[in-house]
Design a protein around this ligand. Structure first.
Ligand SMILES: *Cc1c(COP(=O)(O)O)cnc(C)c1O
Length: 459
């Protein structure tokens, strides 16, 4: 074997050994970032180092700071997992090192994104022919999609925002629920709207938008350039906005509807949960993550728009040396904010190929069933389940705020599983997200037992 083959074999070995260790190792990291920096931080060496030695130093040095996020008992945030075929595809994609800017640079990357995009729209129940930008995640997707929305609502009143910016532009109304994800606000900041521009709509007890209040807020002013942000999958409760009613109200007021469906959009893939996203195809743009519920490795998400030309008008650019841009079909780089980027389509293609339509539905169903099992187990053990468990998210209280925080911390330290805390309706709570293909009923039972045992020891 030549040196490069040997090196890549060694890297694959490290990858395989790490994955194999996930079910049995403590979920949390053994050291803090500061400890690692103290151990490993040193001035940049002057002399070069052989690649094999670099790989050994890297893996040996940083391993203790790894968190078992792709493992079966990591329930923090909404993290997802990393499917075998998708992980292998990403390893190969790194070796291929394609720049997914346009089809001239990589026909393979362009084809993979186009094919995966078609499958994605199909499985999510979105209009065929919608444009899909392969972005870093839902944050990037929200920004890209809201840029398309900004273009469209201003073009409709004769304003070219790409050329003339927002100074002196007609005012755009931004309407979103109090329960919108924080990334919406960052996108609005970056797009020049500012967060104060958001007209807030009340949410229901479980965190979905109150459609009657949406109607009231929209009705405060005569129709004009308006963007309504709806949500599939509240990051705390899993609640999904009523998209049929929400889109109907927004339409009546001439608004562009954007749906932030980072993980909740996947509910459409299963007959059991599809009712939660009914009406989703009536929106104008959507954001969705591949690295959460589809279990593609980080980082990967989708900015989706029902009008490809609007999408491209908001984001594309040209330069004298570029070929492959322009034409009736937007190029890959016309749908995202990056110019050069890695080819994310291969891993998405691989994940959807590996799972098939039934496999995606089963992944969603299994996670929801296991979330319910977790809620039931904790409730039976005396904990308080606070949310209506409609999807894969569970909120749990262990008495007052301070005690709940202590339980969360103690569970993280104990290591059987990892989950985080959150604030919901003014209360500190433990938050469980089940979104990993490899989580089993036994993982849930083992985690519930550990949480209850630890809670029993916390005053
Ligand atoms: C996670 C999440 C986001 C942000 O997604 P990233 O992939 O972290 O950029 C946005 N909205 C919702 C509802 C989310 O759950």
């Amino acid at each position: 074997m030549d040196d490069l083959s040997q090196l890549f074999h060694r890297a694959a070995e490290v990858a395989a050994a790490h994955r194999a260790s996930l079910p049995d190792r403590p979920v949390g990291a053994a050291v803090t970032a500061d400890q690692l920096v103290a151990e490993l931080g040193e001035p940049l060496r002057t002399a070069p180092m052989p690649a094999t030695q670099v790989l050994e130093e890297l893996t040996r040095g940083f391993a203790r700071g790894l968190v078992a996020t792709p493992g079966p008992r990591f329930f923090g945030f909404v993290i997802g997992g990393a499917l075998p075929a998708a992980s292998a595809a990403d390893l190969v994609a790194v070796a291929w090192d394609q720049c997914a800017f346009n089809a001239v640079l990589s026909p393979a990357a362009a084809a993979a994104e186009r094919i995966a995009a078609g499958w994605l729209l199909d499985v999510l129940g979105l209009p065929p022919g919608s444009s899909v930008g392969f972005v870093t995640g839902a944050q990037g997707a929200n920004t890209a999609a809201l840029a398309a929305a900004r273009h469209h609502v201003l073009a409709q009143v004769g304003w070219d925002v790409e050329r003339d910016g927002l100074v002196g532009a007609p005012r755009v109304r931004l309407v979103a629920s109090t329960e919108r994800h924080a990334t919406i606000d960052r996108s609005l900041r970056l797009l020049g709207f500012g967060t104060a521009a958001v007209e807030q709509v009340q949410a229901t007890a479980n965190g979905a938008i109150d459609v009657a209040d949406l109607e009231r807020v929209l009705g405060r002013q005569a129709p004009g350039p308006t963007i309504v942000c709806l949500q599939s999958g509240n990051v705390n409760t899993g609640a999904c906005d009523d998209l049929t009613a929400g889109c109907a109200v927004a339409r009546r007021h001439g608004a562009w509807v954007h749906v932030d469906g980072a993980f909740g959009l996947w509910a459409a893939a299963s007959p059991t949960t599809a009712h939660l996203t009914a009406g989703v195809e009536q929106a104008d743009s959507w954001s969705c993550d591949a690295h959460k519920w589809l279990n593609v490795p980080y980082d990967c998400g989708f900015a989706i728009c029902s009008r490809p030309q609007v999408h491209a008008a908001a984001l594309s650019y040209s330069a004298a040396y570029l070929t492959g841009q322009g034409g009736p079909t937007p190029a890959l780089g016309d749908l995202v904010m990056e110019s050069s980027r890695r080819a994310r389509g291969f891993a998405v293609w691989a994940a959807l190929r590996e799972l098939g339509r039934d496999g995606v539905a089963d992944l969603v169903d299994r996670c929801c069933t296991l979330a319910r099992r977790c809620a039931d187990g904790l409730e039976a053990g005396g904990a308080e389940v606070v949310n209506d468990v409609v999807l894969n998210q569970v909120l749990i209280g262990f008495g007052d705020d301070a005690r709940t925080d202590r339980v969360v911390e103690a569970v993280q330290r104990e290591g059987t599983c990892w989950l985080g805390g959150t604030t919901w309706r003014g209360r500190r709570l433990m938050r469980v997200s089940v979104s990993n293909w490899s989580t089993t009923a036994q993982d849930i039972d083992q985690s519930v037992a550990a949480i209850l045992r630890v809670a029993g020891q916390v005053a």
